[in-house]
Design a protein around this ligand. Structure first.
Ligand code: SF4
Length: 186
């Protein structure tokens, strides 16, 4: 049994053969009681960080079908086990109580958000696209054929990957929109 003085880390550092304080001297009952957040996982799922287009590899630790921790995947040739702070915190994208899981809609001049079911929201988007094209379509500008609408624009986010951006560009071009941008470039 150590005296209170002998249990003091700096004393242990010099008396227990750990002069640089990088081993036993800096351990305590609290540190010995710590367990990794991955310890309780019953399986690990490989994934890709959805936060930006770098596409770092992730290991998603799952317990009872719930995500308990997300860490870098050492086998990823992109990131070799590393995640930036956003990727390291991406568990919260799944588990945060403030995560939005329904379609939220605020009517023109409304002051409150309301929930919409997905089918209703998709119909509203389609109606607005058709109406906007009908009202703003331009066959020609200054005698030149343009076949476009300036009433629709797209601003994508950095979480979109190459394939999603490719499909979005195809979709918007097919609709006649020419203003297609991405937050990552802005
Ligand atoms: S947000 Fe960070 S961890 Fe995620 S893909 Fe981008 S660089 Fe990698």
């Amino acid at each position: 049994m150590k005296t209170w003085l002998g249990a003091w880390p700096v004393v242990r550092q010099f008396t227990d053969g750990d002069p640089f304080g990088r081993g036993e001297a800096v351990r305590s009952r609290q540190t010995d009681a710590l367990v990794p957040r991955t310890a309780s996982a019953d399986r690990v799922v490989r994934s890709i960080c959805p936060y930006c287009a770098v596409g770092c590899g992730q290991q998603v630790f799952v317990e009872d079908e719930q995500v308990v921790q997300i860490e870098g995947d050492p086998d990823s040739p992109i990131s070799r086990g590393r995640l930036c702070p956003k990727g390291a915190a991406s568990k919260q994208l799944v588990t945060s109580p403030s995560r939005v899981t329904t379609v939220r809609y605020r009517r023109p001049h409304g002051t409150e958000w309301e929930d919409l079911d997905l089918d209703t929201a998709m119909d509203m988007v389609a109606d607005r696209v058709l109406e906007t094209r009908r009202k703003t379509w331009q066959d020609e500008v200054d005698g030149k054929r343009v076949n476009r609408t300036m009433g629709i624009a797209s601003l994508g986010g950095a979480t979109l990957d190459n394939e999603e951006n490719y499909l979005m560009k195809k979709l918007y071009t097919a609709m006649g929109a020419v203003q297609v941008e991405n937050q990552a470039r802005i």
